[in-house]
Design a binder for this molecule. Structure first.
Ligand code: CA
Ligand code: CA
Ligand code: CA
Ligand code: CA
Length: 413
């Protein structure tokens, strides 16, 4: 029996798989919903402190009022049978004693997992090992304070980074009163889940990988004070640099087109530092967005004077939902090439737009709420009283073979 049933057509347009079959004369529709792959954590930073020599390296450095720790091979300091760990010593001088921190690019992940192993040796009452983190230069949050000796064990934590901050500073230090009050840290790892829709930290050393269109002569810089974050390796970090020039404004500019189709509540974060801007000459850094492919622009911010590195967040941006013509633009307006703005860690994110209400799965009662009447003389089947929707008048035909297979109209061979 071949059944022509536009009802199935109607639903199968909206659902990835729709199976129809006849059980005991009753029409049964089974919906098979799409399968979503669960998030996978991606390693964004790791350090086992096993590099040659004992000095701090790979971006770890002392912070204000602390002294650099060292990397040592003592068996209690390292994890494993060889290599090194970071050994953080106390001292009789004012606290904090030895301590180190590392700027880690979050790359815009909304969930961050931090893991490290730590050991304590020689602590007496009052000695402390403290680990902390901060996001985008904000105040530090203490992860833990340990006060008693222990062998190496791992401490994993998770940070909610829903606002997509781009710089995680991880800090370890000791408050002690003697050089034999010591802590050790090894095997630091940061992983991320829930990536943003777009992220560029310019670590590709070009504008091409990030899909930027350039005007005049923007460049990529590696100078330490011109970058916000590096690539979480021991190599130099990168950021974009846009300069003024004596020619007509605007001068250097970079433009990113991003298709937000399928997403709403679009937000943007980026890090920027303005340098050598002279307000009395009208120097300006401008950031803008367009929702019509660059035909018109709206301002995000204008900076008229020197501004230290910081990130800024904008959004939800009006009319940027579900928009294939969304664009971001950063430009310099100046009269001299020393009018500079550095831009790093540009992040765009949004929320998936839920399926439209018409995609709500139909509820069928295959037994009590449907009637299929077969007219033997014409071999037409009328379906009535099908819920939901009025499907009366549907014509259902039979190929006369009565093979029981249910076919859609255009699938008949
Ligand atoms: Ca190690
Ligand atoms: Ca001390
Ligand atoms: Ca960077
Ligand atoms: Ca100019």
């Amino acid at each position: 029996m071949k059944i022509t049933l536009s009802l199935i057509h109607k639903f199968s347009k909206n659902w990835s798989k729709l199976t129809a079959f006849i059980v005991g004369g009753a029409l049964v529709l089974a919906l098979i919903q799409p399968v979503f792959v669960s998030a996978v954590a991606v390693t964004i930073f790791e350090d086992n402190f096993n590099q040659d020599n004992s000095g701090m390296t790979n971006g770890w450095d002392e912070f204000s009022n602390s002294d650099d720790p060292s990397r040592e091979t003592d068996s209690w300091v390292r994890v494993g049978l060889s290599g090194r760990g970071m050994r953080i010593d106390g001292s009789g001088s004012s606290n904090p004693d030895e301590g180190a921190e590392r700027d880690i690019a979050t790359k815009g992940y909304a969930t961050l997992h931090i893991s490290y192993s730590r050991a304590i040796d020689g602590f007496e009452s009052g000695d402390q090992f403290i680990s902390q983190y901060s996001l985008d230069g904000g105040s530090f949050t203490t992860i833990e304070t340990l006060t008693a000796d222990q062998v190496h064990s791992v401490n994993p934590i998770t940070i909610d980074n829903a606002n997509h901050y781009t710089k995680l500073i991880l800090r370890f230090y000791v408050n002690g009163d003697n050089g034999n009050d010591r802590a050790a840290v090894d095997n630091v790892e940061v992983t991320g889940e829930n990536p943003p829709l777009f992220y560029d930290g310019f670590e590709s050393d070009n504008f091409t990988v990030g899909g930027w269109v350039t005007e005049e002569s923007p460049n990529i810089t590696t100078a330490g004070d011109k970058i916000w974050t590096d690539n979480n390796t021991s190599s130099n970090g990168h950021a974009s640099e846009i300069d003024g020039s004596s020619g007509a404004n605007p001068d250097d500019a970079i433009v990113k087109s991003f298709d937000t189709t399928g997403y709403k509540d679009i937000k943007v974060r980026y890090a920027r530092r303005a340098n050598n801007l002279e307000p009395y000459e009208g120097d300006k850094f401008r950031s803008m967005y367009s929702v019509n492919g660059g035909a018109g622009w709206a301002e995000l911010e204008t900076i008229l004077d020197d501004t230290p590195y910081a990130t800024v967040i904008f959004g939800p941006i009006e009319f940027a939902d579900n928009n294939p013509n969304f664009q971001l633009r950063f430009e310099m307006n100046g009269n001299n090439t020393n009018n500079e703005t550095y831009i790093d860690d540009v992040v765009i994110w949004g929320d998936p737009i839920p399926p439209a209400p018409t995609n709500t799965p139909p509820s069928f009662d295959p037994i009590s709420n449907q009637t299929i009447d077969e007219d033997a003389s014409s071999q037409n089947v009328a379906i009535t009283n099908v819920s939901p929707g009025d499907e009366s008048g549907q014509t259902v035909g039979s190929d006369g073979n009565h093979n029981g297979n249910l076919r859609q109209p255009n699938s008949r061979s």
